[in-house]
Write a protein that binds this ligand. Structure first.
Ligand code: PLP
Length: 459
């Protein structure tokens, strides 16, 4: 098998320093120490330059977060202004600040109907964990503490704390111990048509997959089920886009059994699907809680939020009693100011409309990859795509995991100047939402070359 040459042998001094002290997230440390990191130096628009001056197209918008692209002067200016005026403000003890108040109001205006309240945090994980605590608190205050089981899905990704790892649906992540998954979480299969139900039409399968939720609720007992947690499309767990019939039926089932619906929009929120929220794209009309992060500031500042419906907020307000939960930097004024400016620019420059328009073009190009000899299935939604590699198209046989075909494909792409991501053998793309059609052509060309090179290496 061909060896990929080191991407940049001249970066070894920095790579060595990196290895000396820096423990990276989601990293195999022995591999990192053998290979060295790709060290990013500067970025503008959809492009990143590494420490050696090599230009890379960021086909991942960082981690699905730099929706507005890199290097926006306005965001830097707003952050600097806010840091000079009020660099920090705690929000625990009946204290507030103007940017956070304004941001909460703006988010309510943008979000799906009925989500009129906002709890701020710093990361997606914290937003989801907040949602989990709110679910439990709600049912306690409602006088139904026995409703304490939540249902999540296989191949979900909801974060990296112990509770959100437990909600996530990848058993490998539980291996580090710590009592994961925590108690009170039940799991159903993902609406993954290609692997879980391709003997049916996608439409019929969407209803079948939603039916798995009903079966689970009935199995556990509706009087014990507190909530269903799910991403509109599944990102980090496998790039799975559900059939159109799935979500409306899920919503009906949640209503029927009085199960709260928690929609994790950490990746899908802020334009990724071609609408402000994945809820709009997938027909989710009245979620009880929605988590957002990443695109809220285009990751110019760490910020996240849990959007809360009137039903839950009124219970918290009317019954009162302290909600023992929060973070030092909840409602950070600099983050809030940056988020407001990020949203202002997105509206002014019609960034969501661009995601829909260019996303349509991107989706058509990506769909054409279905004919490639090692591509079994392609799925996309707005400016998000998953390209699933298979050893045998006819039988849908996957490559042997030990071959790490996806990793090879992403290395081939990076060598050609495109960052994409291997989720197992599914190649994920989610470029910044400001991407243009000619730039999409560039992304497509390199993706195709990387697939061809991978096919040559493994067939
Ligand atoms: N939820 C979803 C859907 C995500 O994709 C992620 C991260 O990718 C998270 C939650 C966790 O966000 P964070 O990494 O900011 O904690």
């Amino acid at each position: 098998m061909n060896e990929i040459s080191p991407i940049n042998s001249e970066m070894t001094a920095l790579q060595r320093r990196d290895n000396s002290h820096y423990l990276h997230p989601f990293t195999d440390y022995s591999e990192l120490h053998a290979e060295g990191a790709t060290i990013q130096d500067r970025a503008e628009g959809i492009y990143i330059w590494d420490a050696d001056g090599r230009r890379i197209i960021d086909g991942l918008a960082g981690l699905g977060c730099v929706n507005l692209g890199y290097g926006r002067q306005e965001l830097a200016d707003v952050a600097a202004r806010q840091m000079k005026r009020l660099s920090y403000s705690q929000s625990f003890f009946k204290t507030s600040n103007e940017p956070a108040i304004a941001l909460a109001a703006k988010l309510v205006q943008l979000a799906p109907r009925g989500l009129n309240h906002v709890f701020f945090a710093n990361s997606g994980s914290e937003a989801v964990e907040t949602a989990l605590k709110l679910v439990h608190r709600y049912w306690k205050l409602a006088g139904k503490p026995e409703k304490n089981v939540v249902i999540a899905r296989e191949q979900a990704y909801h974060g990296s704390t112990i509770a959100t790892t437990s909600l996530s649906g990848n058993p490998v992540f539980y291996e580090s111990g710590g009592g994961m998954p925590i108690a009170g979480i039940e799991r159903i299969k993902a609406p993954y048509w290609y692997m879980n139900g391709a003997d049916q039409s996608p439409e019929a399968f969407g209803l079948t997959a939603a039916g798995w939720l009903e079966e689970k609720i009935l199995h556990v007992g509706p009087e014990r089920v507190a909530a269903f947690f799910a991403e509109p499309f599944q990102g980090a767990g496998g790039a799975i886009v559900p059939p159109a019939t799935y979500w409306p039926e899920i919503q009906n089932i949640c209503r029927k059994y009085d199960v709260l619906l928690v929609v994790d929009e950490v990746v899908s929120g802020f334009g990724r699907t071609g609408k402000w929220f994945g809820c709009e794209t997938f027909g989710i009309e009245s979620p009880d809680l929605v988590t957002i992060a990443k695109g809220i500031t285009s990751s110019y500042f760490p910020m996240s939020a849990t959007m809360v419906s009137d039903r839950i907020a009124s219970m918290l307000i009317e019954k009162g009693g302290e909600f023992y939960h929060g973070f030092t930097n909840s409602g950070h004024p600099v983050g809030a100011a940056v988020a407001l400016e990020n949203i202002r620019i997105m509206e002014l420059e019609s960034v969501v409309e661009n995601a829909a328009d260019v996303g349509h073009y991107f989706g058509e190009l990506i769909a054409s990859l279905a004919d490639h000899p090692i591509v079994g299935n392609v799925r996309s939604c707005g400016l998000f795509a998953g390209i699933q590699l298979v050893a045998d198209k006819e039988t849908r046989r996957l490559f042997d995991e030990s071959l790490r075909v996806g990793d090879r494909c992403s290395a081939e792409a990076l060598q050609r100047g495109l960052a994409l991501r291997a989720i197992g053998d599914t190649m994920a793309l989610m470029p910044p939402l400001i991407i243009t059609r000619p730039q999409v052509d560039e992304v497509f060309k390199i993706t195709l070359e990387a697939l061809d090179a991978t096919a040559r290496a493994f067939t």
